[in-house]
Each structure stands twice: as C-alpha cells, then as structure tokens.
Design a protein around this ligand. Sequence first.
Ligand code: HEM
Length: 526
Amino acid sequence: MWIVLCAFIGLPLLLVAYFELGSLRRKQMLNKFQGPSMLPLVGNAHQMGNTPTDILNRFFGWWHEYEKDNFRYWIGFYSNIMVTSPKYMEFILSSQTLISKSDVYDLTHSWLGLGLLTSTGSKWHKHRKMITPAFHFNILQDFHDVMNENSSKFIDKLKNVADGDNIFDFQEEAHYLTLDVICDTAMGVSINAMENRSSSVVQAFKDITYMIKMRAFNPWKRNEFLFRFAPEYPAYRRTLKTLQDFTNEIIAKRIEARNAGAESISQEDEFSRKKMAFLDTLLSSTVDGCPLTSQELYEEVSTFMFEGHDTTTSGVGFAVYLLSRHQDEQKKLFGEQCEVMGDLGIGRDATFQEISQMKYLNLFIKEAQRLYPSVPFIGRFTDKDYIIDGDLVPKGTTLNLGLLMLGYNDRVFKDPHKFRPDRFDLEKPGPFEYVPFSAGPRNCIGQKFALLEIKTMVSKIIRNFKVLPALDELVSKDGCVSTTLGLPPAEKKKRDAQIHKYDPVLSAAMTLKSENGLHLRMTPRL
Ligand code: HEM
C-alpha cells in the first residue's frame, strides 16, 4: 500500500524535478528577454485560450505589449521566442546550420516522413540540391498548361454556383481546383477532384490537412501517444492508409511505365503525357550516385502534395475575397487584364509572358500575402546555443517566426490595415521585413510555381466574373481590410463588435484559413 502511494506521489514529483532541472539553464538565459510573467509548471499555457483564433489574438496582444519586437513565452517546460525583429529573421533564415524545424512539424511525420519540409542536416542539403531543377523555367511552363487547363474547368464549374445572387463559400470551391493542379504536376495523374469531391482519396487529402492543424492546437492530441486514445484516431489511421496506398501505387506505376519505355504505353494511359511531373524529375535524379529509395520518393511527393495545395487555396481564396471588398482595385485589375490580353482575351488562357506583364496583379497578390500570408508562422529549434543580434539564445529553444506579424508592422508598412497594392511600388520593405515565402537557403522552393498558379487563377476569375461580397454593405468604404488582426487592443475590441457574420474570421492554423469560409457572390461578365 505504502509503496503504491509513494509511487503515486513520488513519480510525478520526480518527473517535475527532471523537467525543472532540464529547463533551469534556459530559464536563466531567457529571463533577459521581454515576455509575460509565468506560473510554475504551466508557464503561460493558461493565457493562450482554447481556439486557434484565441491563440492568434493572444500573440498579437503580446506583440503590441512588447512594442512589436520579439518576446519569449513558456508552454509548460517548452521555451519559445516569438521572432518578429528583422535582425533575428535575417540571422535565422540565412543560417546554414539553424535549419532544424520545431516540434509542430512532427505532426506531419506520419504522413510525410522526412521530406524536404521536415528533414534536416545533410539529407536536407542533398535533397534540396537534387529537387531545385524540378522548378526550372521550362518545367514551370509545362506546369502552366496544367494550371490553365484546370482553371478553365474551374471557371465552368463556378458558373453553375455563381449566378449573381447565390452566396457561396469560395474557399471550399478553390480547394478542389488546387488539389487537381498539384496532383497532376507532382505525380502526373489526374484525380479530378473538382468532379469527384466525395472520392475517398480527395476526402483523405482534405481530412489529413484538417487533422494536422487541429492537433497543432490541442495539447493532448498533439502528443503521439495520447492521440492514440482520441476518438478521431481510427479515422486518422484510415486516412493515412488511403493516402499512403494511393501515392505508393502511383509511384510504382510510374516506375513500371518508365521501365517499360514510353512506346509501350497506350494513348489512353494516364502516364502517356510528355510533360515531366515532379515525380519524373525525382526518378531521374540521384543522391550520392544512387537513385532515391521508394520511401524517399514517397516522402518528397507527399511533401509537395501537402505544401502545394492548401497554401495556394488560401492564396487564391484571400486574393478573390479582397477583390470582393475592394471594388476600385478590382476595376483597375480588370482594366489591366483587357490591356494585356486584348479585347478578345476574356475567354482564352493567358500565356506565361502575359502573366508576367500583369504588373498590378503582381502587386495585388503581394499585398494579399502581406495581410493574409498562406504560411503565417514557421518554426525552428536551437540544437545548440546561438548568439543572435548580441543575445544568447540557449539550446532547446523553439523559435516561432511570425511572418504574419511582419505584415502588420506600421514601422514598415504605413497604415497596415489599408489595402493598397501599390504600396509595394512606393515603400520598399527590407529583405527580412516581408517574407511570406520565407527567405534564405530554406525558403519556399515552390514560390514561383505558387505565384504562377495564383495569378493564373485570379486573372481568369477577374476576366470571367465580377466578384461581389456576400452582402453589398461589406464593400470597404474606407479602404481598410476587415481583419482586426494587429490592431491596438482597444481599437480591435471596438471593431470586433461590428464584425459581420460574413466577415472571415482568421485562425492561426498552420495555413491561415477563414473559420467562416469566404462568402462571396459572383456575376459572370459575359
Ligand atoms: C502561396 C503559396 C505558398 C506559400 C506562401 C509558401 C510558403 C512557404 C514557406 C514560408 C516555407 C518555409 C517553411 C519553413 O521554413 O518551415 C515554405 C517551404 C516549402 N514550400 Fe512553400 N509556400 C507556398 C506554396 C508552395 C508550393 C505550391 C509548393 C510546391 C509545389 C511548396 C513547396 C514547399 C517546400 C517543399 C518547402 C520546404 C523547403 C525546404 O525546407 O527546403 N510551397 N513554403
């Protein structure tokens, strides 16, 4: 009896003492940083709130309190620094050694393994070098055909829901489009998600992304061991299996087709296209003289599927939402479309060159990514001590880089809540003051692909539809965006009280999403 009682009380005490000792050095060093005061054991966890939106608001609240500079906070024994100073950004993003990702990325491991996004050390260096040619200009041009083809299908589908009166969730529609594009470009196959929304594979891609984000904000489900007891776990395992089987089958078929030689493949065969998919580049590549293993192929292809569709969904989604709210900018964009594409250009595909001539569209997308970056935070983990901008940052610290906060810094962007695409022509942010695609050696390898895709889709939407908000009253009267993110707390409170149910509420999921969806109406132009 006494032994059981001692174990019952003693074991937790031992554990606490173990973690307390383990974090002592970090505590001493990080005390020099500004940040909220914390409680024993929980740190600042009790202040974070329960929903992703609460967490986002808490971060912005602290960011204001600490004069839009870095601050430290603790979640239990986990030490974190929210990084928003350009000097820190520069040091971290330029470093060739500070490249290990924070533990939130572990949530992707069971699906992605250690692909380009999550790997570190020499594996990352070698794979990054090997994968870079997959985004060569010529390949991107081939991918542009896929983007054009799918966005034409999308426009046709949209015409069924967008009749001028119907209020619909654009984000939901765009998701299937970007999934079709990434599937075709990454694996060279079409899953036709726009037509087959309820297919198990299409749903699996949707569900897995949701589950990764949901777990990121739930302290219990985030833990691999505890998640096994969660009610969602069986469905999660099934989803994973669906994706693993699907991707592995595609890879196996592609290898078989390559081995058999192109001649023996019939015209109807899904692999008969001449276009190089990302998977083909991987199959032709070697690392240290050896071809990639099946596991490595799986990891890299899955990484592209993950990184390449949710990010562009919110990229296109928020750009189109901003069109609805800022009608003058929409008119200006339509004018540019007519100028670049000519009078008969409404219905046809824009070429690669024409897209690059759409200068105002480029500024528009830049401004949209400033306000609603598709990747709002990225994380690094210090596996040794670092001196950053004169501060000693101890080993074992999580660095959360607030890419989102950068866009709301009024020291860099004048009137940050005003939607002004041409600010990027007038105010030039420093190289580490605006980095929606990150920067340095670990920046987004798909940046050119993503921008091409977003511009191709938005350009086609502008030419085919007039985009309207769910209700006319949601058109911006003062040029301000609807988000209250980054406003000083008192002003935020006032504006939050006026938020309409159709205004998108942003959450701090790994990819910024609107909790309400993006409600719009569209009127076909022809
Ligand atoms: C609007 C769209 C996109 C945005 C804003 C974006 C942003 C980012 C950011 C911020 C990172 C750095 C992540 C980190 O350091 O943890 C990143 C990495 C990455 N992105 Fe993107 N991304 C977008 C679209 C894409 C697309 C379309 C692809 C693939 C076709 C892609 C593939 C990748 C990969 C593989 C990495 C990891 C690179 C590495 O660690 O070497 N991204 N992206």
